[in-house]
Design a protein around this ligand. Structure first.
Ligand SMILES: Cc1cc2nc3c(=O)[nH]c(=O)nc-3n(C[C@H](O)[C@H](O)[C@H](O)COP(=O)(O)OP(=O)(O)OC[C@H]3O[C@@H](n4cnc5c(N)ncnc54)[C@H](O)[C@@H]3O)c2cc1C
Length: 401
């Protein structure tokens, strides 16, 4: 059995063990069916070689056409050839992929949700017609760049400029940590125009003066390719600036749609680690009996199971609210904060229960342990989410000194 297959299995018995509040019963038939399709994709394609890809720092680019053939991009977008399956389905897919190969989940989250949704919510009808069908078919791969080397949490400090020229803009600046950008056809880049206003510009990922180089030496999320971007006077036609809302609100709106996905990814990593460790402690013998029979081990498993069960409810409720148009930015932040924190606890317990084997990338748990650190940081760090929730509680912003 290939490493990771046990975690990819959609066996209802294993699912039930970390679904103590029966969230599964709240899913629609279509949602359940879509998740099962991704579980099959995991079993038949993604599980094999996942450990090797992670160790080599390589994304499963060769599996993208197969993933694309499942017609899963754009769950939160109606029309334009997008799947329209709903935001919950987007989350279920991100979680299912994360169980086995976090690089594929990141690809899906950035292309199939983040960049696609940014264009759908900020673009004009003409812009949507131009890009979304190709993105839905996987012919145009998308990325989205906000973060810069010197401006991460504080997006108001963005230094990338968009200079007005005849027929459009010239973009100059650097972006950091932008996923998918080295393979992207279009990159939604946030930059400031000459008036200092922040805007979203759709940049041709193959443009001559645009370079995106994967960041080397990551300690987690190794089967994904976040990049460093350098832009030197890259031309963007005026028609390729996304004009819905002002720049600050554009960024906030983007985070609202994507923070729930980060929560689902934390859930997927947690389920993958849990299911692997349940199987492991059942067969690992110490002191003459399986580890699973010891009280302390069971306490660890119980903690993981209740945390994951709570994460399932949180993710579902948050994405349902997004689907119904009632999600607030506070709830999106709270969900990301809670799931990243709980997820960190789950993968740490799982890693411990695997003993020395938990230190090896060949086992699902070690990889997920390291990958969870990225979730803790991206789409706004844990601190930033807590300050957003803190402001909601107190009415006072503690973000700035
Ligand atoms: C694997 C990965 C993938 C990513 N993918 C993308 C992507 O596709 N597109 C993109 O645009 N970005 C992406 N990012 C960037 C990510 O969103 C940023 O790393 C994150 O927002 C933090 O910014 P920073 O790294 O500059 O850290 P900083 O902002 O420098 O933060 C460092 C520390 O200071 C804390 N801190 C900062 N401000 C405050 C404050 N006011 N109060 C208290 N504590 C504070 C932070 O919480 C953190 O602990 C990705 C990052 C990673 C690691």
């Amino acid at each position: 059995m290939a490493a990771g297959v046990e975690a990819a299995d959609d066996g209802t018995a294993l699912t039930a063990k970390s679904d103590l509040f029966q969230t599964e019963s709240l899913l629609t038939d279509v949602e359940r069916a879509t998740r099962k399709r991704i579980a099959r994709f995991n079993r038949e394609h993604a599980a094999e070689g996942a450990a090797a890809r992670w160790t080599e720092g390589r994304m499963a680019l060769e599996l993208v056409p197969e993933l694309t053939s499942l017609e899963v991009y754009g769950g939160g977008v109606d029309g334009y050839g997008c799947s329209g399956l709903g935001d919950v389905t987007d989350g279920l897919i991100a979680a299912e992929l994360a169980k086995v190969d976090f690089g594929l989940s990141a690809f899906f989250g950035i292309h199939g949700v983040l960049s696609l949704r940014a264009i759908s919510s900020l673009g004009t009808d003409e812009q949507k017609e131009r890009w979304l069908p190709g993105m839905a078919r996987g012919e145009l791969v998308g990325a989205l760049g906000i973060t810069e080397p010197d401006h991460g949490s504080d997006t108001s400090g963005i230094e990338t400029t968009a200079r007005v020229v005849d027929g459009g803009y010239r973009l100059t600046g650097r972006k950091r940590w932008v996923g998918n950008a080295s393979i992207a056809d279009i990159v939604v880049v946030f930059a400031k125009d000459e008036t200092g206003a922040l805007g979203a510009f759709v940049v041709d990922g193959k443009a001559e003066d645009f370079s995106a180089v994967p960041i080397e030496g990551k300690i987690g999320m190794r089967s994904s390719w976040p990049t460093d971007i350098v832009m030197t006077d890259v031309f963007v036609p005026a028609s390729d600036r996304l004009t819905g809302g002002d720049g600050g609100h554009q960024i906030a709106g983007t985070f609202n749609a994507v923070r729930p996905i980060a929560a689902w990814q934390a859930l997927g990593l947690s389920i993958g680690a849990f299911e692997t460790v349940v199987e492991y402690v059942g067969r690992r013998m110490q002191f003459g009996r399986p580890l699973a029979g010891f009280q302390l081990v069971q306490e660890g498993l119980a903690e993981m199971a209740v945390l994951i069960s709570s994460m399932r409810l949180t993710c579902l409720q948050t994405s349902r609210a997004l689907e119904n148009g009632t999600l607030t930015h506070v709830t999106a932040s709270a969900a990301k904060m809670l799931c990243a924190r709980m997820g960190r606890q789950v993968v740490a317990r799982a890693r411990d229960l695997m003993g020395g084997n938990g230190m090896l990338a060949q086992h699902v748990v070690g990889r997920h342990f390291a990958d969870m650190e990225a979730v803790f940081t991206y789409d706004g760090t844990d601190h930033i989410q807590s300050l957003i929730v803190g402001k909601y509680i107190t009415g006072l912003s503690a973000l700035r000194g």
